[in-house]
Design a protein around this ligand. Structure first.
Ligand code: AMP
Length: 120
């Protein structure tokens, strides 16, 4: 039984209550296109059950972070950015200074062009 929070945007997307553009899913994670893409490929990978942020991950849900990375690998393959000459960036924002705007753990998968470093 997946625990959703009724007032959480990404819980409502994960449950299908709110629309999204899905890319892939696994038992524990769901991947969908970011509504305001910052790169040609910009997909969000979220746990289906609520976890607030990387900073609140505990022993109980630490395995979920690995699930997010595994699904991000599949997203990269689906999007064709996993070749040796390509690549992608995985980002988890935490808190105000990092501009975290949705308090439900999410991994940004960014790619499809050369990404600058350091980020702004
Ligand atoms: P962050 O700033 O790390 O919290 O990232 C939140 C991301 O969620 C932003 O890139 C938003 O563009 C994206 N976002 C917000 N609402 C939606 C939505 N309904 N569907 C898809 N992406 C969204």
């Amino acid at each position: 039984m997946v625990e959703h929070m009724s007032d959480c945007l990404f819980c409502r997307i994960a449950s299908g209550e709110l629309p999204s553009t899905p890319v892939a899913e696994s038992e524990l994670a769901f991947a969908f296109r970011d509504a305001a893409p910052q790169a040609p490929v910009h997909v969000l990978v979220i746990p289906k059950a609520h976890v607030t942020s990387a900073h609140t991950v505990s022993d109980v849900d630490a395995h979920v972070v690995g699930e997010l990375v595994l699904l991000a690998q599949r997203v990269a393959a689906i999007e064709g950015i996993d070749g040796e000459d390509r690549g992608y960036r995985l980002v988890m924002n935490v808190g105000a200074d990092a501009n975290m705007s949705v308090p439900h753990l999410h991994l940004h998968v960014l790619g499809g062009r050369a990404l600058g470093w350091p980020p702004g």
